[in-house]
Design a protein around this ligand. Structure first.
Ligand code: SF4
Length: 213
């Protein structure tokens, strides 16, 4: 079986088109729509698509970088984006704070903003954020502590299927054995993050590619 090409940052960046023009003072989208909850009922979900610095992982198949900045957004601006969007949106029971990457990446969401964000979303039953397992740790627990409602962390679970990479961590990989090893390590990290979060009563949902099979 031929080796995969060296999929490093430079290889991936060379194949990208231009970024969309975004305003770091505003989220790039916001909406409310009915959605199925973890309890199985249909309830209104607000989603705010926060504008912030690009995710550091640069997975090949990901296009979320298109609506991100190249620089860290100043402390206070993310909280202000959320306040602004909530003023525009109708009421909802739950809220997703999606930031085209990892909510617990301090270069994307400054930890200085956690308290203010928590106050703005205090009226929602559930706050859902996304994060790579590598970013789950002390900051996740800190945000959970300042939130009055429930915190739900959505994580992608990376895998490979045969010779075709289905991973969101295929940067800097050289060969299928290495991809397989990376996938195993990521599963272990996910399990550790899951255990940490469970201890603190944080819900985690896995967005596994196996769901698509
Ligand atoms: S970790 Fe997620 S957000 Fe970051 S590049 Fe990969 S798929 Fe995109």
């Amino acid at each position: 079986m031929p080796d995969l090409p060296s999929l490093d940052d430079r290889w991936i960046l060379a194949r990208r088109g231009p970024r969309n023009r975004v305003n770091p003072s505003l989220p790039y989208a916001h909406l409310v729509e009915p959605e199925r909850t973890a309890q199985g009922c249909i309830e209104d979900m607000a989603t705010i698509f926060i504008t912030n610095k690009e995710c550091p992982f640069r997975c090949l198949m990901c296009d979320l970088w298109k609506n991100t900045t190249t620089e860290r957004v100043q402390p206070g601006m993310i909280a202000e984006q959320i306040r602004w969007a909530l003023d525009q949106l109708p009421p909802a029971k739950h809220i997703k704070l999606y930031n085209s990457g990892n909510f617990f990446d301090p270069h994307a969401i400054p930890p200085e903003d956690y308290q203010e964000i928590a106050e703005f979303v205090s009226g929602f039953d559930t706050v859902i954020v996304e994060s790579h397992p590598r970013m789950i740790g002390r900051r996740c627990l800190t945000f959970n502590e300042v939130l009055p409602g429930g915190l739900h962390v959505a994580m992608g679970l990376e895998t490979v299927e045969g010779a075709r990479p289905r991973s969101s961590m295929i940067w800097q990989t050289q060969s299928l054995p290495r991809l397989r090893a990376m996938s195993a390590r990521t599963l272990l990290r996910s399990a550790r993050a899951f255990a940490t979060a469970r201890k603190s009563r944080i819900d985690i949902s896995y967005n596994s590619p196996y769901n698509e099979l």
